[in-house]
Write a protein that binds this ligand. Structure first.
Ligand SMILES: Cc1cc2nc3c(=O)[nH]c(=O)nc-3n(C[C@H](O)[C@H](O)[C@H](O)COP(=O)(O)O)c2cc1C
Ligand code: SF4
Ligand code: SF4
Length: 269
């Protein structure tokens, strides 16, 4: 059968995009198939629902937020439907842990009609940091992505459509919560980036914010929620976006000093 390989992903700081793009390209080469990509990072691209069929292999990629599938994406993910398509679930985590994110994504895809035949958890530079898992996915990670593509190809060629088993709790653990200096849970919803006087008003952050939250006329203003995705912070050409919230900065610092040991990608077939 001639398959089409589809890469469908959300990627605020580009690490998920790197892994899904490489996996889709390598798998399509193996299968001599065409590729199609749907990047749903921007709100406009979450207005269109998607439907796949038995000629499709769909690689769905997300970052891990608080050990889970980002909750703001669940409604959209439930509009991606399958009538007989195979799926590969991919999550990117920032060298802490992916906890129940992979099993949650697998279950969402399964509930929407996909046969989930493979899953992978890869490491990406942490959204909060430029030193934690710096530069990842790197060359070694991308070689593992290629090997994963070969293994998926072998599974498909052998005719095995067996559903993958991935680690995690079927009763998902609660969203991972950072602690304040008294050991109490921090309410991250209150934390928002600030803008300093270096801002040149180029509007890049307005076009990148996955929540469409940054006000066009006053880029220091947010009209909607902030998910702390890092897109405006990491991409501002003059580093004008920053956080000054003590709890955020403490959490970032703790992650940076505690998680120096390199975690490796994990794949499941
Ligand atoms: C709100 C938020 C929560 C996060 N929670 C986790 C986590 O629980 N474990 C982890 O290892 N990384 C966590 N990360 C880091 C991202 O999963 C990681 O950096 C990922 O590579 C980002 O993907 P992207 O570049 O496609 O946006 C979190 C990032 C954000 C923004
Ligand atoms: S990307 Fe940076 S410089 Fe450009 S408008 Fe946003 S904050 Fe200002
Ligand atoms: S305002 Fe918040 S949600 Fe929007 S790009 Fe910046 S960090 Fe991400």
């Amino acid at each position: 059968m001639k398959y089409k390989v589809n890469g469908v992903f959300f990627s605020a700081t580009g690490t998920t995009k790197k892994v899904v793009s490489k996996l889709a390209k390598d798998l399509a080469e193996n299968l001599k198939s065409d590729t199609y990509f749907h990047d749903f990072t921007q709100p406009l691209n979450r207005e269109k629902s998607l439907k796949f069929n038995d000629k499709d292999i769909v690689i769905v990629g997300l970052p891990v937020y608080a050990g889970r599938v980002p909750n703001v994406l669940i409604n959209y993910l439930n509009t991606i439907k399958s009538d007989g398509a195979k799926a590969v679930a991919v999550v990117l985590f920032g060298n802490r842990d992916y906890d129940d994110a992979l099993i949650e994504l697998k279950n969402i895809l399964k509930a929407n009609g996909f046969k989930v035949i493979a899953g992978g958890a890869f490491v990406g530079e942490h959204s909060f940091s430029t030193t934690l898992a710096q530069g990842r996915p790197d060359k070694m990670d991308l070689e593992k992505v290629s090997r994963f593509a070969n293994q998926i190809h072998s599974k498909i060629s052998s005719g095995s459509g067996q559903e993958v088993v991935v680690p995690g709790n079927e009763s998902y653990r609660p969203y991972y919560k950072p602690k304040d200096d008294k050991g109490e849970d921090v309410d991250f919803r209150k934390i928002k980036p600030k803008t300093n006087e270096d801002c040149t008003d180029c509007k890049l952050c307005v076009s990148l914010c996955p929540m469409g939250s940054i006000d066009y006329d006053d880029v220091s203003k947010l009209n909607y929620i902030c998910i702390k995705c890092g897109a405006c912070i990491k991409n501002c050409p003059v580093n004008a976006k920053y956080y000054d919230d003590e709890d955020y900065l403490r959490h970032k610092y703790e992650l940076e000093i505690e998680l120096t040991e390199r975690k490796e990608p994990e794949i499941f077939l």
